[in-house]
Design a protein around this ligand. Sequence first.
Ligand code: URA
Length: 236
Amino acid sequence: MKVKLLRYLANLGYGTRRDVEWMLREGRVTDADGEVLYGDDKVPHAVIRLDGQPLDPPPGLVLMLNKPTGVTCSTKDHGQLVYDLLPERFALRDPVVSTVGRLDRDTSGLLLMTDDGQLLHRITSPKSGLDKVYEATLAQDLRGDEAATFASGTLLLEGEHKPLLPAELEVTGPRSARLTLHEGRYHQVRRMFAAVGNHVESLHRARVGGLELDGLAPGQWRYLDAADIDRLFGRG
Ligand code: URA
């Protein structure tokens, strides 16, 4: 830990500097043996306890959330936010914990969040070409030509000049399909189906790169470790 304990705890979202000053004064911050720590101390993250509990992960935090529908990927908005599903402290951390891209309010599924700007860039960069797999249910029966249109590499979305990269559509029912994308444009799945005369009624992201939700229920989340990150980039 490079900074003093007072600032470190405030940056982890445990409170304002003032709140943290109080915690320290009250002797609530100790090392693993219960020795009281002070605001000027510089000690390794792993030994710090607050009220006897280990701290949240240090900067470099990565997590995966199964975003329910009706929840917004934003720090400020009306209604429920993804941050409301996490410990309150996470919205107060510095560096900030951001969503890796966004899912629409009405889209559910796998959402990554991190405070690691470089990792975020690596995941969203077109160069890493991470697949994203969506499951859509549709208002109308599929016609049968959608897979060819989406795979063509020539489909233009309304208001855009650059055609979409080829995408793979797997029909799973008369009004349901799985779509694999290799890029991420605004409302892309909904706009693709609109371009072929259909309408997305529900949308769920099942996979990003090599990562799936693996039984996480809607609203649940978990931290990702180095092995998960390897799986994300297909090295698992
Ligand atoms: N495409 C959409 O239309 N919405 C999403 O949330 C993600 C991809």
